[in-house]
Design a protein around this ligand. Structure first.
Ligand code: CIR
Length: 256
């Protein structure tokens, strides 16, 4: 059962963050409103939400998930792959030290973004991407191994347009995994018989299961109805302004 989430609203210069999407600049007011609805959905799913102050020093800092891997067992600060994002970790360190007596961290030359880490019970899928290298992945595997967890590495560097592993898969609990076509047939996922996200709905793959609910981006009816058929309660959220900055649902919070 998850009980808490950490979030950070976008700052006014959010549109100066990194992006490869060709969707135009984000509308700040609309992004704030979408962030509010996101927080409401977290609360509706049973989480108490800690909201950090927006930080214009780091335009991408609303994507808090990339700065920490937090589980019931441990909290690990990352070393984000994008140099402009490294400083985001300090404020996350502060807030997490209120909840965890010790924090581990990924060290140079390792790089790792939380968006590349998919926790499936006691197994971690770690994406090797432009933001996460093998060194960072090995360090994480070792750290989670201390708590009896196993890991496998999934190289996503050949998949065009996929920023992070969790841009393409989501663990839904009960041995269920959703995946885009380009990842669904990886041997590491065979045991799950992945629930396929249609090729014209790929953005929806980055959904988040929180207790009984699945938060999903609005506008992806086929995937949403698959989730409902599987028995999940879905909450569809407008994500348009975050999508313009390559962000998905999972990256807007750290949940534990
Ligand atoms: C970035 O490129 O780092 C941000 N603009 C988006 C990060 C999204 N994070 C995620 O999907 N975990």
């Amino acid at each position: 059962m998850l009980t808490r989430a950490i979030v950070r609203p976008p700052a006014t210069n959010f549109g100066e963050g990194l992006t490869t999407a060709d969707l135009g600049p984000p509308d700040y007011e609309r992004a704030l409103a979408q962030h509010e609805s996101y927080c409401a959905a977290l609360k509706q799913s049973g989480l108490s939400v800690t909201k950090l102050e927006a930080s214009s020093d780091y335009p991408d800092s609303c994507f808090v998930e990339d700065a920490a891997i937090v589980t019931t067992r441990s909290a690990i600060l990352t070393r984000p792959g994008a140099p402009t994002r490294r400083g985001e970790v300090e404020s996350i360190r502060k807030v997490l030290s209120n909840h965890f007596s010790s924090l581990s961290e990924i060290r140079s030359p390792g790089i790792l973004d939380g968006g590349d880490v998919c926790e499936a019970e006691s197994h971690y899928f770690i994406g090797i991407s432009d933001r996460t290298n093998e060194d960072g992945a090995q360090q994480l595997a070792q750290l989670v191994g201390l708590h009896g967890c196993t890991s496998s590495f999934i190289d996503i560097r050949q998949i065009e347009g996929l920023l992070h592993l969790k841009s393409g898969i989501a663990y839904l609990g009960a041995n269920r995994l959703a995946a885009i076509e380009a990842l669904a047939d990886r041997k590491e996922f065979a045991v799950y018989g992945p629930t396929l996200v249609d090729s014209n709905e790929e953005y929806a793959a980055n959904c988040v299961r929180i207790n009984g609910n699945v938060l999903i981006a609005n506008g992806y009816p086929k995937f949403e109805s698959k989730l409902r058929d599987l028995g999940y309660q879905t909450i569809a959220l407008d994500m348009s302004e975050f999508e313009k900055m390559d962000g998905g649902l999972s990256c807007l919070s750290v949940r534990f």
